[in-house]
Design a protein around this ligand. Structure first.
Ligand code: CUA
Length: 321
């Protein structure tokens, strides 16, 4: 037992992501047990096979194979022992799965929405964020939704994963025991930029969390361009559009574009001004920049952004120089 615990912790330390929750430790323990049992079974089976192959090899023409039917004791043993091991694994796995799926009462509820290709986190006081910021040692319940296709919310360090399915809510919960930064990935192939659909999970103290939540809720008081910069992140514009000279992502870069002439796939030319940005956000198919795919993979933001949010975004894009 002690040896196994030691092996298991060494294993988790070497090959598994950091254990950020109690569930993570439990999952690793079960996983370690399965691995050790599999190694032992493999050694007995393959070792036995090699041993018998050598021991009972026919050594001459007159070497007759004895006629053996069976051994009841052996057959009962090799049936009952694996059965007991399988039942232990079942009960163990069921207990952990039950803990994972039983939502705690009085948990802090946070809405997380998947959209090609970013996660949006929404708190009850209206704060929107691309990072999932949570207080340490507190039960957190994530209510998942999707705006387009199936995504899957996965935090390896917490050993939790759940699909986000369009048209319904799904939930998962965790209680982070370690402070620091972790990552949430999308683990359901959801299109071009699926691999870029990553959110940061920041585990902070309760005080830091309360302060962050208040600071974020005061975003409405910021100047337009600064609000626009926030929306550019939280509305996932940043997952497809660059705002600097870096390599072009899924969509065209917006760096130093405002005020220039835009050339489109059909050869037409238009000024990159307020109305052009507005139209591109609300009707992405209207004018597709030359060299980019038609139809554009960009979703329409019609009905999803208020006039004030649009103005903030345009002011931000205007200032990208
Ligand atoms: Cu969303 Cu993959």
């Amino acid at each position: 037992m002690a040896l196994w615990m030691f092996l298991n912790q060494a294993l988790a330390g070497a090959f598994m992501p950091e254990q950020g929750t109690q569930i993570a430790k439990e999952v690793d323990n079960l996983y370690g047990f399965l691995l050790v049992v599999s190694f032992i079974s493999c050694a007995i089976l393959i070792g036995g096979m090699i041993y018998f192959a050598i021991k009972y090899k026919r050594k001459s023409q007159s070497d007759k194979t004895p006629y053996i039917t069976h051994d009841t004791r052996l057959e009962i043993l090799w049936s009952v022992i694996p059965l007991i091991i399988f039942l232990v694994v079942f009960a163990w796995g069921w207990t952990i799965y039950h803990d994972m799926r039983a939502m705690p009462e009085n948990a802090l509820e946070i809405h997380v929405t998947g959209k090609q290709w970013a996660w949006t986190v929404e708190y009850k006081n209206g704060v929107k964020s691309t990072d999932l910021v949570v207080p340490v040692n507190k039960d957190i319940k994530i209510i998942l939704a999707s705006e387009d296709v199936i995504h899957s919310f996965y935090v390896p360090s917490f050993r939790i994963k759940q699909d986000a399915v369009p048209g319904r809510y799904t939930t998962l919960w965790f209680r982070a025991e370690k402070m620091g930064e972790f990552y949430a990935f999308c683990t359901e192939f959801c299109g071009t930029n699926h691999s870029g659909m990553v959110a940061r999970v920041k585990v902070v103290t309760q005080e830091e969390f309360d302060k962050w939540l208040v600071d974020e809720s005061e975003i409405g008081l910021l100047p337009l361009a600064q609000r626009g910069a926030k929306y550019f992140q939280t509305r996932a514009c940043a997952s497809c559009h660059n705002v600097d000279n870096a390599a072009v992502k899924v969509g065209p870069s917006l760096f130093k574009k405002f005020g220039t002439e835009g050339v489109f796939g059909d050869g037409s030319v238009s000024k990159f001004d307020e109305n052009y940005v507005r139209q591109s956000i609300l009707e992405p198919q209207a004018k597709i920049v030359k060299g980019f795919p038609k139809p554009s993979p960009m979703p329409s933001y019609q009905g999803q952004l208020s006039e004030s949010e649009l103005s903030a975004l345009i002011e931000y894009i205007k200032g990208l120089k």
